[in-house]
Design a protein around this ligand. Structure first.
Ligand code: SF4
Length: 564
């Protein structure tokens, strides 16, 4: 045991406001793990909500755990310390349940690292009844849990709020009645959102594609994605304030969930269904509670500006001199009550996502905003005093041609021209941060049949854009690294055989490309292949309430548009 690490944990706790410390006596203990650093985990509202939800049960004690920083990891290894929880510094392997909240596929390897560091057997089949129950949830593993199916006992798919009670009840029954691990897991099978990989096996065709899913024992045909119908019945806000996050001491409140736009490339808009909104009076009540703890309020949501009462919410906040920060909005949301509020609150930057440079490509991806609207809205924001813009673009979209890449360059320069004109002679000059990312065809989207573009081609496009925008005052460009997007795509689209890649990469200390070389699995199979329309995808046993046929229809429309 390292006293240095314990001291660090205690220092973090001292800086926090809102951590929950409960007695363990007779309670079910849950180690809630964010498979990345404290800084990132504590910025995650889903993780924060789960912490609160678990601890709301009187007979549960839930503590947090994170992936240690590089420096702390060395100390863990040097002292042979088993990973411990933040609140009481108890070893993670002494908890009854270890629950992973996974938002990003890139954190799958960290799940394995954490199990190893906690001295918990990595594969579900190796673990016994006496070992902690390993559960996982979050958007990444809801869309496609298969790459980590070998390591998790039970996945909870979708939003957990309305499922947890049943889960805990079944856990209690299982604990008192089950005699072995399989029997134990069977108790959770009636929960329609519980995916238990042990009860589904996968058969493959000679070509490597999936032939069928086979139920073993109590396995079920389909596993549902949990969705909370009425957001007002949930409370999603920052429970633990800390300076050590991206949202330093900001009290975040979730205003909306899901999105009704269903853009063809977007996982959130397709997997989690139509936009759901919290009533304005509930948001205002939550803000009042937040203001009792901090003067910094942040409003979050995937389609926040689509809220039917968004303008009235902005006006109420402005009247009450409540000046929040607001996450990214759609172009349509760039209008007065919001802009006035942002300017008043001193927020001088706005995040917007044109996604593509040409109107034709924006239409193809299901986000048909005209160039006129983009230019008009960005200019309006600048005139109002919001001088800094962060613009998101995707490259490698289906059917993309060089003209589409040049159109990104053109659009950025047109926006820049307007910023320069509007801020000329002023003391504060406007800036544009351009964020360019490689498109990954995500499960449950109409684009799931398309391949990812080859890394070499993505690199060429990035070089072109960076070169063309280089040296332009007011513009800075940040991009992803296509070879890492390639790895992410394998994890987002892969099947159960990807678990071998994860194990190998763990052994090789994170060297993905060496493990690709050393294993008899071709990752191009997951990324670069055009899918047949009738192909069975690794995530096809998941039911999110939308039919695959409706996605196929949209896919066909885009195929027709591309070949026209
Ligand atoms: S990209 Fe934005 S607007 Fe489109 S579906 Fe996703 S969240 Fe909604």
């Amino acid at each position: 045991m390292s006293w240095k690490l314990i001291e660090k944990a205690r220092n973090l706790l001292e800086e926090e406001n809102g951590a929950i410390k409960k007695d363990f006596g007779g309670k079910i203990s849950v180690a809630l793990i964010y498979p990345n650093t404290y800084y990132l985990g504590m910025s995650n509202l889903g993780f924060q909500s789960l912490y609160y939800l678990f601890n709301n049960f009187p007979d549960i004690v839930c503590e947090r755990g994170f992936l240690p920083s590089e420096e702390d990891l060395k100390e863990y290894q040097r002292t042979n310390t088993s990973l411990f929880s933040l609140e009481s510094q108890k070893p993670i392997n002494s908890f009854d349940i270890v629950a992973f909240s996974i938002s990003f596929e890139n954190d799958y390897l960290n799940l394995l690292r954490i199990l190893k560091l906690s001295k918990i057997k990595i594969r579900t089949k190796e673990r016994r009844l006496s070992d902690p129950l390993i559960i996982a949830g979050g958007i990444a593993s809801t869309a496609n849990p298969e790459p980590v199916a070998e390591f998790v006992d039970i996945f909870i798919l979708g939003e957990a709020e309305e499922i947890l009670e049943d889960f805990i009840l079944n856990y209690k029954k299982a604990r008192s009645e089950a005699e072995n691990k399989t029997e134990f897991l069977e108790f959770f099978n009636p929960i329609k959102e519980a995916y238990i990989p042990r009860f589904i096996e996968v058969d493959y065709n000679d070509s490597g594609t999936i032939k069928r899913f086979r139920n073993i024992g109590v396995g079920k045909e389909k596993v549902s994605v949990g969705k909370v119908k009425d957001l007002n019945k949930t409370e999603t806000f920052t429970h633990v304030l800390t300076p050590a996050t991206e949202f330093s001491n900001i009290y975040l409140i979730e205003v909306s969930r899901g999105c009704s736009r269903h853009c063809n490339f977007c996982l959130i808009g397709n997997l989690m269904g139509k936009g759901r909104f919290r009533d304005v009076n509930k948001v205002l009540l939550q803000i009042d509670k937040g203001l009792e703890r901090t003067n910094k309020i942040g409003l979050l949501g995937s389609s926040i500006s689509e809220h039917p009462e968004f303008d009235s919410l902005c006006r109420s906040l402005s009247d009450k001199e409540i000046l929040p920060s607001i996450s990214s909005i759609r172009f349509e949301g760039v209008r007065d009550p919001l802009l006035e509020l942002l300017v008043k609150s001193g927020q001088n930057s706005l995040t917007l996502a044109p996604e593509a440079g040409s109107e034709a490509m924006r239409k193809l991806i299901g986000k048909p905003i005209s160039e006129e609207v983009i230019l008009e809205k960005t200019q309006y924001a600048i005139v109002k005093g919001i001088l800094n813009l962060k613009l998101y673009f995707l490259i490698g979209l289906p059917g993309e041609k060089w003209d589409d890449i040049k159109a990104i360059d053109d659009l950025i320069k047109k926006i820049r021209h307007r910023i320069v004109k509007e801020t000329k002679g002023k003391t504060r000059l406007g800036k544009i941060i351009v964020s360019i990312n490689s498109f990954i065809p995500k499960p449950f989207t109409p684009f799931q049949w398309y391949p990812m573009e080859e890394v070499s081609s993505l690199n060429k496009k990035l070089i072109f854009l960076k070169k063309s925008l280089k040296g332009m005052s007011n513009i800075s460009v940040i991009t992803d690294v296509p070879k890492w997007s390639y790895v992410q795509a394998v994890l987002a689209r892969g099947d159960r055989r990807v678990s071998d890649i994860l194990i190998k990469t763990l052994e090789l200390d994170g060297d993905w490309y060496r493990s690709f070389r050393e294993l008899n699995i071709n990752p191009d199979f997951y990324n670069y292949r055009d899918r047949e329309e009738e192909e069975l995808f690794p995530w096809d046993f998941i039911d999110n309430g939308f039919s695959k046929d409706s996605l196929l229809l949209k896919y066909r429309i885009t195929k027709k548009e591309i070949s026209a």
